[in-house]
Design a protein around this ligand. Structure first.
Ligand SMILES: [Fe+2]
Ligand SMILES: [Fe+2]
Length: 346
């Protein structure tokens, strides 16, 4: 939002100057403010991709909803999946403030014209995967998303505040699940280690390609949409996860992982970027299945959307009719009031 101070300091400037000044002053750009076309397009692409990730991200864990080992675990997992649906809805709503339609974004997702996070194209083979997704995938999401609470676009920044609080619950539930399994049998501990081995590298890839191969990053940073580079965030995630892995008693599958005393951070190996590129191109283990499932759910939901539109039209017609009736009634009442006033000598 353009506050009074910023607006006052900028008399008679061009919309471009005003936009730049608002961003530089750490104020928020709001939907009705002027913004460069490329800023709008970047935000639409990023918010849509984020919203799609929340919605597609319900599928890997949804795979375990009917097979959760206890009522408690099932209730927690259901709550988490519902949170992700809510995150998708806030984000589609934030994207709509930029002038796109949610139906159009969904169409782009299911026709493969818009992406979602590569991480959700991996299968969930055991219940330990639910814990590891909470710990590592929601953990990586937190590293990526906390800085977005200060993003220059108001509706996106505000949506992220609530989302981050819920992601933090997701991460803790995952870690608690893993701690419980690690206190269990040898087979349960092996199951956790196997899940960590499969999810570690894909989690590191969630931060995107290395900075050298991330051409749009600099512009997003200048616009204060993005606040840290991909490599900075990846480093932050590794530094956060290593002590958690030690406490849990699992080994992270990276022989190059070692503490670097000089720079006070963990050195780690290079992710397999060719794998990331394959998954982004649609050749990950579950890409086709995820999109097919999303398409089927969208088609199955057509009657709900039709009913909602019909109800909204009926409700609007009823409101219009009652407004007309109210106006007619107030017109009919006017002469009576005049007569009363005249009688009172006014
Ligand atoms: Fe989420
Ligand atoms: Fe989450």
């Amino acid at each position: 939002m353009v506050t009074a101070e910023v607006a006052e300091a900028l008399p008679a400037q061009t919309p471009e100057d005003r936009f730049e000044a608002v961003v530089a002053a750490e104020q928020r750009i709001e939907p009705r403010d002027w913004m460069p076309d490329a800023y709008r397009a970047t935000l639409i692409r990023q918010i849509a991709q984020h919203a799609h990730s929340e919605i597609i991200g319900m599928q890997p864990e949804g795979n375990w909803l009917t097979r959760a080992p206890s009522l408690r675990r099932k209730a927690i997992l259901l709550a988490k999946a519902q949170d992700e649906a809510g995150h998708g809805l806030y984000l589609y709503a934030a994207a709509e403030t930029l002038g796109v339609d949610r139906a159009e974004l969904t169409e782009k997702l299911i026709s493969g014209r818009q992406k979602y996070s590569s991480i959700f194209n991996y299968p969930t083979l055991t219940f330990a995967d639910v814990g590891v997704i909470g710990w590592l995938v929601d953990g990586a999401a937190i590293c990526n998303q906390v800085p977005l609470c200060r993003c220059s676009y108001g509706p996106y920044a505000r949506a992220m505040v609530r989302i981050c609080k819920e992601e933090s619950f997701h991460q803790r539930q995952g870690y608690e699940l893993l701690m419980t399994l690690m206190r269990g049998t040898e087979a349960q501990r092996r199951m956790v280690q196997d899940a960590v081995d499969r999810w570690w590298w894909p989690s590191l890839m969630m931060f995107g390609p290395s900075d050298a191969d991330s051409p749009n990053s600099a512009r997003s940073m200048a616009w204060r949409i993005k606040r840290h580079s991909n490599d900075e965030l990846r480093q932050r995630f590794v530094d956060m996860s290593v002590p958690q892995a030690q406490h849990l008693g699992v080994t992270l599958p990276d022989p190059e992982l070692r503490w670097n005393e000089e720079r006070g951070g963990w050195d780690f190996g290079e992710p397999d970027w060719s794998e990331l590129n394959r998954v982004i191109r649609g050749q990950g283990p579950c890409n086709a299945q995820r999109i097919e499932r999303r398409r089927a759910a969208h088609e199955d939901g057509a009657w709900v959307r039709e009913a909602a539109v019909a109800y909204a039209a009926k409700h609007a017609a009823e409101q219009a009719a009652s407004h007309v009736a109210e106006q007619a009634a107030s017109r009919a009442a006017e002469p009576v009031q005049h007569a009363t006033e005249q009688e009172n000598g006014k």
